[in-house]
Design a protein around this ligand. Structure first.
Ligand code: ADP
Length: 498
């Protein structure tokens, strides 16, 4: 769909768009209580996209109050499942009708290629919400095996008011995981998008309202983390907080819960995912392509990005040559180029942070095989070339910390046992891959890898039908699949004595 519109036309549309930029509370767009706004800046050229309402404690209080009112009134939580499903499916239809508008907002905010925004981000957002909508009238309770004269019914009930704090790397997709499961379960919600990417969330809320979602059921408060985000985490009347973002902020949410009402918290945090390639890989070209796409997609700003290549030393050079060839085909271009595969990083500070890691890698003695530099694709833009480091050991900073940019580090190993040991030697455990022609070796390694998702002879397969989340410091709880509904519902047991 993106390539039906050319680069110049996308640039024109981007220059005239006037996005929704207020808080969305109780079914209406309103200014922040303080009247304050913050500047939403395009990473493509540094231009001001919009002045966005800067939500803070007072706005979160209003949004939570609206969510609580709607929840207690039962306008959504007690609506017949079939009717709730119809509202959510209308919402999905409206998202599909507004695909180009939503995709443009996503690309404006975060600089991802317009084709990805259309075909991946907004398409997945709609598909995910459709999937959760379909779950609404297909989930059943249980009867427990109890003595003959008794009945124990186990049912799932919505938790109440759910807060969601989401990041900027896949704004619409991650929002769809949280609001899909949260609304399907019958909760009322308050969403705080990242300050870098508030626009698609605000339009989504408006579309949900047009679809018939009752006022107060989905509220969106843009604003900063330490103010609006913290206010949601600390709120005494929020029953559950779903977070995706950094490990540091994830820990804050655990603390906020402990300091307030012991609310339930689910965390999807970072990763440093290993892509393990053994000497008997088989199709080296296929592995190279998967390795490169696995780290460079979305300019490396993906929690489960395969940033550590753990490769048998006998094939390292051949594999890296092939990975660099693929990297050249993923070179950044203007995000509005419909044929583009990599756009910008999200903002200037993230760009400088990633360049700092590249500097640290050089200083620690690693060798840059390709990239390693900032590019000037469009004036004032936040572009970094796909970068591959070799000569890395697993204790270097670039092998241990999450960089969140287009940077791959290659760590040579000798055989499968060392490969698995190095792969597991990380505080993170979000995802991993293993490449081997020997299915027993691959399967044994897959069992030994400590990660929430393991791919054998592939990378980055994903589906709304499969759970997503981490082992170790990559988080708690799961997004996607029916399992994610567990995180948005309470189990209730009702006894009846006959
Ligand atoms: P990233 O490093 O990917 O930007 P963050 O964890 O900083 O990830 O941000 C993810 C989300 O958490 C954003 O919506 C951000 O506003 C929010 N956030 C950041 N800092 C805090 C904080 N101190 N308290 C609550 N939320 C926060």
């Amino acid at each position: 769909m993106a390539d039906l519109i050319n680069l110049a036309e996308w640039q024109r549309r981007a220059s005239i768009v006037t996005p929704r930029a207020q808080c969305f509370i109780d079914g209406k767009f309103v200014d922040a209580a303080s009247g304050k706004t913050f500047d939403d800046i395009s990473p493509r050229d540094g231009h001001l996209i919009a002045k966005v309402a800067e939500g803070d404690v007072e706005d979160i209080n209003r949004a939570v109050a609206a969510a609580r009112r709607s929840f207690e009134a039962g306008v959504w939580s007690r609506m017949a499942p079939f009717e709730r499903k119809k509202v959510m499916l209308r919402f999905v239809d409206l998202i599909r009708e507004h695909t180009l508008e939503l995709a443009l907002l996503e690309t404006l905010d975060v600089g991802k290629p317009i084709s990805d925004s259309i075909n991946v981000d907004i398409a997945s957002c709609a598909n995910n919400l459709q999937w959760f909508a379909e779950c609404i009238d297909k989930t059943y309770g249980e009867l427990a095996p109890v003595p003959y004269e008794s009945l124990a019914m186990i049912s799932r009930e919505p938790m109440g008011v759910v807060g969601a704090v989401v990041p900027w790397n896949y704004p619409a997709i991650i929002t769809s995981w949280k609001i899909g499961a949260g609304l399907a379960a019958g909760n009322s919600m308050v969403l705080k998008p990242a300050e870098q990417s508030p626009l698609s969330a605000l339009l989504l809320a408006e579309l949900a309202s047009q679809a018939g979602l009752p006022d107060g059921v989905l509220n969106v408060v843009p604003g900063f983390g330490p103010t609006a985000g913290a206010a949601l985490g600390l709120h005494m009347d929020v029953d559950k907080l779903a977070f995706t973002g950094s490990g540091e902020v994830g820990r804050y949410f655990m603390r906020y819960a402990a300091e307030s009402n012991a609310k339930s918290v689910s965390l999807e945090l970072g990763g440093k995912s290993p892509q393990v390639v053994l000497a008997d890989v088989g199709d080296l070209e296929a592995a190279a392509s998967a390795v490169a796409w696995g780290v460079f997609y979305n300019a490396g700003q993906t929690c489960h990005a395969g940033t550590r290549l753990i490769v048998d030393h006998r094939i390292q050079d051949d594999l890296l040559d092939a990975v660099c060839e693929v990297a050249k085909t993923l070179w950044p271009s203007d995000p509005y180029d419909p044929a583009g595969t990599m756009g910008t990083l999200v903002d200037e500070s993230q760009t400088q942070r990633v360049m700092g890691y590249i500097e640290a890698g050089r200083n620690e003695g690693a060798e840059v095989r390709i990239g390693g530099e900032r590019l000037n694709v469009t004036d004032g833009g936040c572009y970094i070339a796909p970068t591959v480091f070799s000569g890395v050991n697993n204790s270097m900073t670039i092998a241990r910390e999450e960089i969140f940019g287009p940077v791959l580090v290659s760590i040579p190993v000798d055989g499968v046992d060392e490969a698995v040991r190095v792969a597991n030697d990380s505080p993170f455990g979000l995802a991993a891959s293993i490449w081997s022609r020997d299915i027993s070796t691959a399967h044994k390694a897959a069992k030994a890898l400590r990660a929430g998702t393991v791919w054998i002879n592939t990378f980055d397969m994903g589906s709304i039908t499969t759970p997503f989340g981490g082992f170790k410091q990559s988080g708690t709880g799961r997004d996607r699949s029916m399992h994610s509904l567990d995180g948005y519902t309470h189990l209730k047991t009702t006894w009846l004595q006959m």
